[in-house]
Design a protein around this ligand. Sequence first.
Ligand code: ADP
Ligand code: ADP
Ligand code: MG
Length: 666
Amino acid sequence: MFEKILIANRGEIACRVIKTARRMGIRTVAVYSEADASARHVRMADEAVLIGPASVKESYLVIERIIAAAKQTGAQAIHPGYGFLSENEAFCHACDEAGIVFIGPPVSAIHAMGSKSEAKKIMGAAGVPLTPGYHGDDQDPAYLHQQADGIGYPVLIKAAAGGGGKGMRLVEKSADFIEMLASCKREAISSFGDDHVLIEKYITRPRHIEIQVFGDTQGNCVYLFERDCSVQRRHQKVLEEAPAPGMTLERRAAMGKAAVDAAKAVGYVGAGTVEFIANQDGSFYFMEMNTRLQVEHPVTEMITGLDLVEWQLRVAAGEPLPLAQEQLQIRGHALEARIYAEDPDKGFLPSIGKLVHLSPPGEGLHVRVDTGVEEGDEISPHYDPMIAKLIVWDQNRDRALARMLQALAEYRVVGVSNNIEFLSRLTACPAFATADLDTGLIEREKAYLFPEGKEAPAEVWLIAALAELLRETNRAEDKAARGRDPKSPWHARDGWRVNATAHRGLIFRLGEVQKTVNVAYRADGYTLTVDGRSVEARGELNPRGLMRVELDGTRMDATVIAAAEKRHVFAQGRAWQLANVDPLYHAGEGGGAEGGLLAPMPGKVIALIAAEGATVEKGAPLLILEAMKMEHTITAPGPGTVKAFRFAVGDQVGDGAELVDFEVAK
Ligand code: ADP
Ligand code: ADP
Ligand code: MG
């Protein structure tokens, strides 16, 4: 076994690999960019090497720097994680050249599966069922258009080099094809440096079911069952589970065999995933093979009781697979939710900022949290905005669902927008709960998943007010404890105040709704009145924001985190973001320009669509901004005139920068 390995990655996956290496007594070397100098993976590793500035192109993607770091520290092998260089042939090759073991498949297998088009050719020859479509070399737009017409709409255009749900366009009708092709190629070039595409028949109501495979250097190959990753947004997985609901023993065996055949067809070694798209009737087609450890591998670990990173290390060190197919078994059910810094109500727009408060649910037999960040860390625009993966396990799916809901309710994130509430609604939504799955679930269940308005029950306002009062009390007690005269009336907490009455109003705002909670002090608590209803309230608040609340004799737990004027209230499994309104402060209206014309986040202008001087309708696309590896179309906030663009194509823009001088028609 290796004595020392280097992990050519960051975030949760680097931490995940380090954890297993440490358990196996293997020393670890982290690499990091300037932006990650104090990142969790750097702190966890035994050694760490700086490899460049924040931009991935100058750090995590620079092969020579990573090889040099491995040589310098004497690492015998490199684990690439997922993303970054994990499926990069040149990197795998460079490791070979340097005499360092690449913890992954041989370069020939990466090559064979690197292009979705090439992979389909090989799989077709190996007898694995394929999605109908065109995956040939002719890239002439007119020819591709003709192929799409022949396949029949809807079709999906995919970047052959694509991944992570990017570089894909759904085309509903022939008239849209050419425009979608151009947009797809634009994204493919900027994300993958290669604009070769293929076309597939778009399967309606499909499920995404993938098989985990593992091969060793002795020619053994097994499958570790399936994962269902049907719940997606923008073709990107959000909730994953194993085993797949409704899977029959026969179909599992058939898919397992197809996956092992696929792996064997390319001489596969190590961990790999064969992805299939399945119809509701269970028939399935090969989609692609990912030649690396997958983001969602923990659900497989939870149901098999195995450590896939340990298997990867053993196989890379030349050992045979620890278990044979007959020895593998499924136990219980596991779910994984990807916790992202993003705003589900704004089209899942990534959110950046400091994790002011971060407290995940406690880990144990049923709950696992894989993360690369800690409280105080930044979610930066340079990298994937994932905060953590939350994985739960239990005897069956229903119990696992209950565990997931509980764990999500306990998760507290303050500082960036996040999808935790959305994930709770998703887990609880009847379609998911009854396993009525397909990749369109989120779109289909929109009404349930994105409820209009966020009205808060009276308790939320009361809890926010109570937290405010308890915080004052705690502060007063602190001071009294430190001060010379604990009896001083200046520290009293019964509302006694010079020139003040024992009544006061606390004002909070939630979205457009502002409410005043009236407070009357009593000996053992407060009488709080909101919306004309009065309750007797008391409780305790600890410095981490955990609260014990009693409202008219009913006890409940809650958390209230104060960050600047924001009051994050977590109660009854939900979260609300209130603002504490200071009645003496009057904020100015608006920020100058129209909201929609400001850059929603730092990014790069990649296309100016409207012409300067043009008169456009409301919603007309004006320009395209690329931020965090996604395209965002900035549209006209109303009918009006494009007076001038503030930036040119290729310019970097800061968060909130005014992009267009736009005059709304009166
Ligand atoms: P798939 O390729 O089938 O989507 P995964 O979900 O495991 O499989 O992730 C795919 C790849 O995309 C990984 O290489 C991962 O680094 C990257 N990725 C996943 N999520 C994101 C994201 N939100 N932004 C950018 N890259 C991502
Ligand atoms: P990536 O490399 O980005 O993971 P995939 O080829 O694995 O790309 O596709 C990602 C997702 O897009 C799938 O999980 C599925 O939801 C959807 N998808 C892919 N191909 C099809 C298809 N032919 N019909 C319908 N949906 C598809
Ligand atoms: Mg995929």
